[in-house]
Structures are given as structure tokens and as C-alpha cells.
Design a protein around this ligand. Structure first.
Ligand SMILES: C[S@@+](CC[C@H](N)C(=O)[O-])C[C@H]1O[C@@H](n2cnc3c(N)ncnc32)[C@H](O)[C@@H]1O
Length: 331
């Protein structure tokens, strides 16, 4: 599995990829947002505001020219996608509605999966006749509504959720809740329809487990008996598999980025783990600091990166070298 990088305009790079018949299983892109900024980089600062430093990349193309350039690249991405592939496009609140229309046109509205709100920074404390902007958006599309690589990554419950969902505490200080030991439906002849310790399951219901298993649960201290003799199964918070991720994500970007607008690596890890398999090809054709590439390689995926900025290429090269990750240039 050979990692690949194209150090030039991604439209040419994507067309080359198509010629080479290299398919992408997952695409994450974070293109310029038409902010009218010149992003600068120097040895210890990477941002848009500093007046010093060498150019990292220019984000000055706006309006129709911006949308037209992005549309061409989205079409070229579509042409290299594998059938079960997914595309994530990171965009800011000023451009998201324009870009969503483009994505609908290129990938089809039936393939829209999510508009993910990403909380990107701490609350802001300045007054600009508007609420502080602490979010941006990741638009998620697939190549087909049915055939999608999908491994949702469960998250641990928060302390508040544990307190709400597991309201009791046992003698050892463990949080737990209880659930009924019976379920709807009657089993005519099976063991779960029979009385257990002289108790019939309630009308129209059956025991969740056969009598031997109920005895074993009780012996293990996993049944709580109410004062009226009603048994309920104990479920500990520590055994929770966590919760399925929703469409609001909290992933703040690094305080001291290696490159301007560098995105949170844990966010990239979630996307890559959820929407690709080990051995798959992950494409980021606006690679910037190379975070997608590094994360993909660390998770056993093959990356294809592209960026036309010499500053980005230098940062990527340094970061990949530091991790001893070898790659080939796409010729
Ligand atoms: C917002 S930055 C990406 C930041 C990146 N996601 C990260 O976490 O570091 C956008 C990048 O796209 C690159 N870029 C813009 N237009 C490009 C083009 N036509 N071809 C290749 N790269 C391009 C810029 O050089 C810049 O590095």
C-alpha cells in the first residue's frame, strides 16, 4: 500500500488519479472558504492575522469564480470515488449554503447524509452586532444512499448523562439503573413463558431469560428486588457501550497550529474510522498541514494527498518524515 502525494493544483491531480484508476473510498476536504485572506506562516506562528511570515496560501478567490472552481473539483472527486465511498466537505457558515447546493448538484440530494455542526473554538467575547461564531459545518455525502462504509464510533457518556441514565448508586459507589426482566409477547411453550420462583410473567409478556439464567443473574447480584417482590435487572454505567455520535461535534482546533486553519486530528480520526476500512484509500486534495494524511496512515489506510502550496508541502514533508511515513509523488 503506497501513500501518494500530488504537489500541484488538485484539479490536475484528480484528473491524474482518474487516469491511474486510483479510487478514493473516503474524501475529507477543507478548501479555502472565500474569506478574502492571505494566510501566512512563520516558524512559530501560523495564522491569517499576522503581518509577518511567508505565504501559506491565498484565499482571495470569491463569488462565482470560487464556486465554479470548487464545482470543477467536486466533479473531479466524484469521478474517482468508489461506489461505497463518502465525501466530507468542511466549510464555514458564510459559504455552507452555496456549497451544499453544489454538493446536491454533483452528488445528488439523495446522497446527502448530514450537515454536521462543528464547535471549533471557545466562546468569543467581542460585540459585533451578532452572536459569537464558534461553529463551522461539515457536509457529509455518500456515493449511494444504501451502500456506505459505516462504522459509527460510540462516545463515552458524560457525567450528566450517567447521572440521568443511571440514577442509583450501590454500596460500592457504582452507578446503575434497573430494567424489567420481562418483555412484550407470550411464549406458548418455551421456558421463558413458565413461572419463575412461583411468579408468572405479567399478562401478555414473557421472561427475558430462561429460569436457569434468571437464577444465575440473581446469584451474581444482578437482580434488584423491590419491597413488593418485583425483580428488575441491574445495569451498571461502567458496562455502557456509550452513545452513538450525533450531528453536533466538539473538536476545537489546535492553539498552536503547524499550518494556518489546521483542523483537529481527533475529528479526522472519527471521520476516518467511521467512513473507511483499514486498507482503504483516503483522499484529501486540500491537504494543508497533512493532518488527514497522517491520521489515515496511523489508522492503516492509504492516503492520497494534494496541495499546491510550497509551505503546505514543506509542513507535510516534515510531519510525515517525523513519523517515518514514506510516500510517492504522483507523476
Ligand atoms: C483550509 S487549508 C486546509 C487545512 C487542512 N485541512 C489542515 O488541517 O491543515 C486549504 C488548503 O488547500 C490548498 N489549496 C487551495 N487551492 C488548491 C488547489 N487548487 N490545489 C491544491 N491545493 C489547494 C491550500 O494551499 C491550503 O493548504
Amino acid at each position: 500500500m503506497e501513500h501518494l502525494f500530488y504537489p500541484g493544483d488538485n484539479l490536475a491531480g484528480l484528473r491524474r488519479l482518474a487516469q491511474l484508476r486510483i479510487a478514493a473510498d473516503l474524501v475529507y476536504i477543507d478548501p479555502p472558504f472565500a474569506t478574502n485572506n492571505e494566510f501566512l506562516i512563520d516558524d512559530d506562528r501560523a495564522n491569517a492575522i499576522s503581518a509577518s511570515g511567508r505565504p501559506a496560501y491565498s484565499d482571495t478567490v470569491r463569488g462565482d469564480a470560487y464556486l465554479d472552481a470548487l464545482r470543477q473539483r467536486l466533479c473531479a472527486i466524484r469521478d474517482v470515488m468508489s461506489p461505497a465511498g463518502s465525501v466530507y466537505v468542511h466549510i464555514d457558515v458564510k459559504m455552507e449554503h452555496h456549497v451544499r447546493l453544489l454538493l446536491d448538484a454533483v452528488f445528488g440530494p439523495q446522497n446527502f447524509r448530514n450537515s454536521i455542526t462543528r464547535i471549533k473554538c471557545n466562546p468569543k467575547n467581542f460585540d459585533r452586532y451578532s452572536y459569537g461564531n464558534i461553529k463551522d459545518t461539515i457536509l457529509f455525502y455518500s456515493m449511494s444512499p444504501q451502500m456506505i462504509t459505516w462504522h459509527p464510533q460510540k462516545e463515552p457518556l458524560s457525567d450528566d448523562e450517567i447521572a440521568r441514565l443511571y440514577p442509583f448508586t450501590d454500596a460500592a459507589g457504582r452507578r446503575y439503573t434497573t430494567t424489567p426482566l420481562h418483555a412484550p409477547g407470550v411464549t406458548a411453550s418455551g421456558a421463558t413463558g413458565q413461572p419463575w420462583r412461583g411468579m408468572e410473567p405479567p399478562a401478555g409478556r414473557h421472561w427475558r431469560y430462561p429460569p436457569a439464567k434468571l437464577d444465575a443473574l440473581d446469584a451474581a447480584g444482578l437482580i434488584e428486588w423491590s419491597s413488593t417482590g418485583n425483580p428488575r435487572k441491574i445495569r451498571y454505567a461502567s458496562e455502557s457501550a456509550g452513545k452513538l455520535p450525533q450531528d453536533v461535534w466538539l473538536y476545537k482546533d489546535p492553539q498552536r497550529p503547524a499550518y494556518p486553519t489546521q483542523k483537529n486530528a481527533r475529528m479526522l480520526e472519527r471521520i476516518i474510522r467511521t467512513s473507511s476500512n483499514p486498507g482503504d484509500t483516503v483522499l484529501d486534495c486540500y491537504a494543508g498541514s497533512g493532518g488527514t494524511l497522517l491520521t489515515a496512515a496511523r489508522l492503516g489506510r492509504r492516503f492520497v494527498g494534494m496541495d499546491n502550496s510550497p509551505a503546505a508541502q514543506q509542513v507535510i514533508e516534515q510531519r510525515l518524515q517525523g513519523r517515518r511515513i514514506a510516500w510517492q509523488e504522483i507523476a
